[in-house]
Design a protein around this ligand. Sequence first.
Ligand code: XIL
Length: 382
Amino acid sequence: MKYIQSYLAIILFVFVSCTGTAGTKKTEASTMRQVLNGKILIGCAVNVNQTNGEDSVGSAIIAAQYNSITPENCMKSEVIHPEENRYDFIASDAYVDYGMNHGMFIIGHCLVWHSQLAPWFCVDKDGKNVSPEVLKQRLKTHIETIVGRYKGRIKGWDVVNEAFNDDGTYRQSKFYQILGEEFIPLAFQYAHEADPDAELYYNDYSMVGAQKRDSVISMVRKLKARGIRIDGIGMQMHSTMEDPNLSGVEKSIEAFASTGCKVMITEFDMSVLPNPFAGTNASVANRFAYTEKTDPFSKGLPDSVSTAWNKRMNDFFLLFLKHADVISRVTMWGLADSDSWRNDWPIRGRTDYPLLFDRSHQSKAIVDSIISEAKKVSVVKR
Ligand code: XIL
C-alpha cells in the first residue's frame, strides 16, 4: 500500500512539476513558488503525513507551490526530546529529507518554547525546578544535538518562541523563572555555536500590540549590542477577519525592520469564525466552549464570506509584497483548510476556512491573485 502511495505521489509530483497546475482550479501556468522565486520565500507548515508520504496529494501540492517548510509539531521538545536521554528523530528526519528532496528553505521550529515542552525539561525527578546551571546544561545539550544534527540542511531556526506577554513583560515560563531574561541570549548563543551558518529567529504572536512589539525590539537590540547573532523576527499572524488591522501590521513590519533584522510572517492563517477572544490574550493555552453559534459554517462557506476572506487575504499579500525588501518569508500555517489547527483552536471541533487551499485541495481565488500580483513586482532586498 505504502509503495502504491509513493508511486502515486511520484506520478503526481512529476505531473505537477511539468504542468504547474497543482491545486489550482484553472489552467494557471505558474505556481506561487515559481513567481515568488527570488522575491519572498513562500512557506507552508507541514504535518507528518505530508512529509512521510501518507498524504501524497498534499505533499505534491506543497512541493509545487511552496519553497520553504516549517514543521508543524515534530520538532517541539515534547516530540523530538521526550526524555532527557532519549531523542525521537523519526519524524524530523523525514521532514528534513522531504525539504531537501524538494529544494526547500527548511525552517526548524522551535528550540525553546514553554508550550509543548517536554515534561522533564525544567524540573528534577520530584517535579521541582532545576537550578540555573542544570537548565543551562540541558538547554545547551538540547540545542547542540538538534541543530547539530541538521547543520547545513536546516537554514533558519525559530530559537525562542513566545517569550513575552501581550503587555510587554516577560512571560513567567519555567525558562524565565529559572534563568531570568538571560535564557534568550543563551539559547541564541548555543544555536549559533551549533551551526554558525544558520539564520536565527525570535518568533511570537500578537506582534502588532505596541507593548509587545517594543519589548521584542528592545530585546533584539540588546542581543545585537552584545554581538549575539539574531537574523530575523517572526510575526506569527494567526488572524481573524477583524484582527490584526493592516496598518498595525505595517507599522510592526517597519519597526521590526528598523532593528536590521529580516521580518517574517511565520504562521499565517485567517479564521472566518466568530472570535471569542475579544481583546483577551490569544495564547495557545486559552480555549473556549463549543456551541452551535460559534460554528456557523459547518455546512459550507457562504460566497459573501469567502469573497471577504479572499479580499482581506489579498490586502495582506499586497502589503507583504510592498515590503518585500525587508520581508524574507511568508509562511502559511498549513496547506488545506482540513489540516488547520484553527478547526480546534481556540474552540475544538469547528469548521474553519483559514488557508489558501480548500478541503478538496483546490486553490482559493487568492492563489491566482498572489501569482498575478507577484509577477508585477520586482524586489530589491534591503
Ligand atoms: C500548533 C499546531 O498547529 C497544533 O497542531 C498543535 O496542537 C499546537 O501548536 N504558535 C506556534 C505553533 O508557534 O507551533 C503552534 O502550532 C500555533 C501557535
